[in-house]
Design a protein around this ligand. Structure first.
Ligand code: 5GP
Length: 182
């Protein structure tokens, strides 16, 4: 494990900024789905904090599902392969599906999940919302329908995002200097 510890993590997005922006995105989602029921899928483990804060601000009837995907292992860059650790879902036919992601980086994970859902279910609609969008790293054609913050090519931790399963509990999103990660 590289030498990342709390003293070398800098704040990128504060707790206040995160909460303010989630309220704005939730308002938009509430308007877009007025009168509809939504199945909100939490992509564990990274989106856990974002998911729980977001769904509490949604006003339409919600059903909640949890799946677990992984692509990073112990590294700070994607393996390029998505490991569907647990992808059990109920029948999503005719449902409005809202996938809740922590970050879209290359987009491989989001594409895997969107393809999986379209191959297995004829949903009423499928959209996805991401806390972070690292557009600069994208190597697929997927774009989130909603995102809270665009970030540049930093490895971020906190607010659900981990390094080797640590730092998920930080209330803010932080990053470690490139020199520490090398
Ligand atoms: P993608 O498949 O879009 O390349 O990456 C998606 C997954 O990689 C995310 O759900 C997240 O778990 C992980 N990931 C991508 N960028 C970062 C990052 O900067 N920090 C952390 N902690 N995880 C990341």
């Amino acid at each position: 494990m590289k030498n990342i510890n709390l003293s070398n993590i800098k704040i990128l997005i504060s707790e206040e900024e995160i909460q303010k922006r989630i309220t704005q995105i939730a308002d938009k989602i509430n308007k877009d789905y007025q009168g509809e029921e939504v199945c909100a899928i939490c992509v564990l483990r990274g989106s856990v904090m974002f998911y729980t804060d977001l769904v509490r601000q949604l006003t339409m009837p919600i059903t909640m599902e949890f799946i677990r995907l992984s692509s990073y292992g112990h590294s700070t860059s994607t393996s390029g392969k998505v490991n569907a650790v647990d992808i059990k879902l109920p029948d999503l036919t005719d449902k409005n599906v809202l996938i809740v992601e922590d970050i879209v980086d290359t987009g491989i994970t989001a594409k895997f999940l969107l393809d999986y859902i379209s191959m297995n279910f004829k949903t009423k609609s499928t959209k996805f919302v991401s806390l972070l969008d690292k557009k600069i790293a994208r190597c697929t054609d997927v774009e989130p329908d909603y995102y809270c913050f665009e970030i540049d090519d930093k490895f971020v931790v906190g607010y659900g995002l981990d390094y080797d399963n640590h730092f998920r509990n930080l209330k803010y999103i932080g990053y470690a200097d490139k020199s520490i990660l090398q």
